[in-house]
Design a protein around this ligand. Structure first.
Ligand code: PHE
Length: 446
């Protein structure tokens, strides 16, 4: 199957669009808040640099060399062990699971754009009440916006790599970056900025336990879109002449930079108005709207920009969550793109409805299993278990299964001998044991 290729810039924007998402602006600030800030941020940064960056190159390489969907690429690069390694390719389906709750959250964001335009809540209590009301009782509104999110995501993927995904990222990513920088500059002018700096960068190790370690490592994968074949699938459409190291560095840099900017901005706003950083998933939907209200008319403007930007960030990631399965259905079963997109799309749409219902008062009991409801289980299992597992498989595959000479040759113009030696060493001896240790920590969490 001949696939349309990304341009070099198009790929960088699409991969950065995938990486920069709800993970950076919605999830990172609230999990950093819940885990006490500084020390957690430090573990996350170390993981991004020591593990994320190397795994990103390895994942890109599988798509770049394989040129097929994730299952096909794994098979092609391990001709001796096709039958076994093809299963590693199924990591591409994790995206559908992530999309179930991701699409619901994009729906909340759509709803909050209208809240920002119509009337912001005038106090944290009111904001908390309306967010709780939306989640626990307002099934209709959530369903409506989840459907809208599902349609927006699926219709872009229907249009394909070039005129769907690449085009979308060309428009949304630069706009998002300008919006964020504008808001960040405003935050810098406020007194609470230094308090936000302190909260994010001064480590308090007493707040760290095995769960925060697992969450920080899982988040490093989640935020970089690693371990589930998004980057792999995009890389199958890379032009042949790209420097993979440089490209990975740009993506990791953009993603990390934006997470830090978003975090500092959010905490500045919160501290400036005396709000709590540890509000959980409701952080940007509860504390923030109330803070925007306090700011007066500039706040309304900021609220609209913020939620529109957040929607952009979410949508560009969501298409990359859907694409791996769609590409698989096209390559393997020769489905048309339209059919493949809607088949995969319906999957996440329907499970997403159950995830949505598991937050509601009426159905939560039915859809809660042990300590978590369905929504939280999917979030936890995908980010903390499946993505690191995908990262482990990718590292082992490139580090041990694909012959070293083949890997070296593919990275010929992307790495010096020295650079290659260090990267390969990490892939073989540092990353797999580190990920296995993290996975053992999971035993304490369950
Ligand atoms: N990286 C995205 C975010 O931070 C989420 C994502 C995960 C996208 C895995 C693709 C693959 O929101």
């Amino acid at each position: 199957m001949k696939i349309a290729r990304f341009s070099r810039m198009g790929f960088i924007l699409a991969a950065a669009g995938s990486a920069v998402g709800l993970g950076n602006i919605w999830k990172f600030p609230y999990i950093a808040g819940e885990n006490g800030g500084g020390a957690f941020v430090l573990i996350y940064l170390i993981t991004v640099l020591a593990i994320g960056f190397s795994v990103m190159i390895a994942e890109m390489l599988i798509g770049y060399m394989g040129r097929l969907d994730s299952v096909g690429s794994f098979e092609k690069l391990a001709p001796q062990n096709k039958g076994t390694w093809k299963f590693a390719g199924f990591i591409g389906f994790t995206g559908i699971l992530i999309l179930t709750f991701y699409s619901v959250v994009i729906g909340w964001i759509f709803h909050y754009i209208s809240v920002a335009l119509v009337a912001l809540p005038s106090s944290v209590e009111e904001a908390e009440q309306s967010f709780t009301q939306l989640l626990q009782a307002d099934i209709g509104t959530q369903l409506f916006y989840h459907t809208l999110a599902f349609l927006s995501i699926t219709l872009v993927v229907v249009k394909g790599i070039k005129s769907g995904i690449e085009k979308m990222n060309y428009i949304l990513m630069p706009t998002l970056i300008i919006m964020l920088i504008g808001m960040f500059l405003y935050a810098m002018s406020l007194d609470a900025f230094s308090q936000a700096l302190e909260f994010m960068f001064v480590p308090d190790w007493s707040k760290i336990n095995s769960e925060s370690l697992v969450v920080a490592v899982g988040h490093a994968f989640f935020t970089l879109s690693l371990g589930m074949a998004s980057i792999l699938t995009y890389s199958a459409s890379l032009p042949k002449t790209v420097n993979l190291t440089k490209t990975s560095l740009i993506i990791v840099g953009l993603d990390t930079g934006i997470a830090i900017i978003a975090g500092l901005m959010l905490f500045t706003f919160l501290f400036q108005y005396g709000a709590e950083p540890s509000k959980g998933p409701g952080l940007v939907f509860i504390s923030l709207p109330a803070v925007f209200y306090e700011m007066g008319s500039i706040g309304t403007l900021l609220a609209v920009i913020f939620f529109v930007g957040l929607a952009f960030a979410g949508l560009t990631s969501a298409v990359s969550l859907l694409e791996p399965m769609v590409q698989y259905l096209i390559d393997r079963y020769k489905y048309s793109r339209l059919k493949a997109s809607f088949l995969a799309g319906n999957f996440f749409y329907i499970i997403g409805i159950f995830a949505l219902l598991s937050n509601t008062q009426a159905y939560s009991e039915l859809l809660t299993f042990g300590s978590r409801n369905l929504f939280d289980w999917i979030d936890f299992i995908t980010a903390s278990v499946l993505l690191p597992l995908g990262g482990l498989l990718i590292s082992i595959f490139i580090g041990y299964v694909v012959p070293k000479e083949q890997v070296r040759a593919a990275l010929h113009s992307s790495m010096t001998d020295m650079g290659f030696a260090i990267w390969y060493f990490f892939l073989r001896y540092i990353i797999p044991p580190a990920l296995i240790i993290v996975m053992f920590n999971l035993l304490n969490v369950f």
